[in-house]
Design a binder for this molecule. Structure first.
Ligand SMILES: [Zn+2]
Length: 334
């Protein structure tokens, strides 16, 4: 116990000291850059994500650096990494609008530029109301939940110790080198109540849906599948790498909004439900952290076979328990 206390007190809280950045604010598990007067809100989100992640897994090992604007210049990116941070680009609603306007303008310039700047301006003025109507306006609460989600993805990657590129099966995963379901499970359990409630409310319909886009995945498929957004995220990573001089990286949630045609929602609903199931069945919320550690050295089947957490000892038995749990949960909520 003494060793544990000593180790905990050695951990240095995140700090902006030593970084040559004007608009920087810090809290224990991270910093926010470029948030201006909204900095306190973002720091609260970092704290909340850290508290939730610690509750289920363990205290985050690597602090996050939330960079507002969706674009992290390579110099800043390198500086943050050198200082031990995991950089996370983040787009506000205003950033998303500016980005969409920028894209619209370059489209109009291509189409109408030869007719003169006035034509471009007129077309812009006409199209702007439509663009505003079409843009998804995330509420502050939902945006905070989504940011906590992305921050927790980073915490899980540092807990794992190896990034997606270093997976045992040679494939590039979604977040960490662990299975994609674990990445998503860690991310959704760190969300705030508004998103958690929404996902739990979506459970009964997803559970009872006939095999379709809306239905949950059979447990075996869920445990071995790629994240539904994996391909999209891989494309975004590649594009960012190619851009070189200025890196525009979208975080997972942004990629989903900006590029997504697939329906990842049920993967999220299932990930939270699976976390709830594991916690309720074992009677211990730290079971998630033990599973994460076990998966670093073996398969989920191997963990189940020897687990002392009160979980069934095989995937077949787990699937039967999952079905019973899901039926009970679906009838309780609906
Ligand atoms: Zn995610």
């Amino acid at each position: 116990m003494l060793t544990l206390i000593a180790a905990l007190s050695l951990a240095t809280p995140a700090s902006c000291a030593g970084l040559d950045i004007a608009d920087c604010a810090a809290t224990e598990h991270g910093i926010v850059i470029g948030a201006g007067e909204d900095a306190a809100e973002y720091l609260t989100v970092i704290d909340e994500a850290a508290v939730r992640f610690s509750r289920y897994f363990s205290a985050p090992e690597q602090p996050t650096a939330v960079v507002i604007g969706g674009q992290i210049e390579p110099g800043l990116n390198a500086e943050l990494q050198r200082a031990g941070f995991r950089p996370l680009p983040w787009l506000t609603n205003a950033d998303k609008r500016a980005f969409a306007i920028e894209q619209m303008r370059s489209q109009f310039e291509e189409q109408l530029g030869h007719l003169g700047e006035t034509m471009v301006e007129q077309a812009m003025a006409q199209a702007l109301p439509q663009l505003d109507a079409a843009l998804p306006q995330q509420s502050v609460e939902k945006a905070s939940g989504a940011l906590a989600h992305e921050i927790a993805h980073g915490f899980l990657i540092s807990l794992w110790g190896r990034p997606a590129e270093a997976r045992d099966d040679g494939k590039i995963g979604y977040g960490s080198a662990g299975p994609d379901w674990l990445d998503e499970l860690a991310a959704v359990t760190a969300e705030n109540d508004i998103l958690l409630d929404q996902r739990r409310e979506a459970f009964p319909d997803a559970w009872t849906a006939e095999a379709s886009e809306e239905a949950l995945y059979p447990l075996r498929d869920y445990l071995s599948m790629d994240h539904p957004l994996l391909e999209r995220v891989a494309m975004t990573r590649e594009a960012a790498r190619e851009q070189g001089s200025s890196v525009r990286v979208f975080s997972g949630a942004e990629a989903e909004e900006l590029l997504g045609e697939s329906n990842p929602v049920r993967f999220y609903v299932q990930s939270l439900a699976f976390a709830d199931f594991l916690i309720e069945t074992s009677g211990d919320e730290t079971v998630l952290g033990r599973i994460a550690l076990a998966l670093r050295v073996g398969s989920f089947e191997q963990y189940l076979a020897v687990n002392d957490d009160g979980l069934p000892r095989s995937v077949d038995a787990l699937e039967a328990a999952w079905k019973a749990w899901g039926d009970a949960r679906a009838s309780r909520i609906s």
